[in-house]
Design a protein around this ligand. Structure first.
Ligand SMILES: [Zn+2]
Length: 83
């Protein structure tokens, strides 16, 4: 177990399961459902919001509970990032 389980849903562009969080500025941000050893995104529950915090590389190094932004890993991201 690598931390709390968050609700996931299917990405609208690809078959991946993602977790919808918001950035510290409140913008919606999809994050890969599964943590990965090269992830940099820390999910934190702040009140009713799930906040995705991108850690600098030196803080992310060696952790196994971080995820990747789905903006980076989605094969279709180039298409929907433009919106
Ligand atoms: Zn996707």
């Amino acid at each position: 177990m690598t931390g709390p389980a968050y609700p996931t849903e299917r990405c609208k562009s690809c078959p991946a399961q993602v977790i919808w969080a918001t950035t510290e500025r409140g913008k919606p941000m999809p994050v890969d459902a599964a943590p990965t050893s090269d992830g940099t995104v820390l999910l934190e529950q702040v009140g009713s919001r799930l906040v995705a915090r991108v850690l600098p590389a030196h803080r992310a190094f060696g952790r196994k509970d971080l995820r990747k932004s789905h903006f980076a890993s989605c094969p279709d991201a180039a298409k929907w990032r433009r919106r």
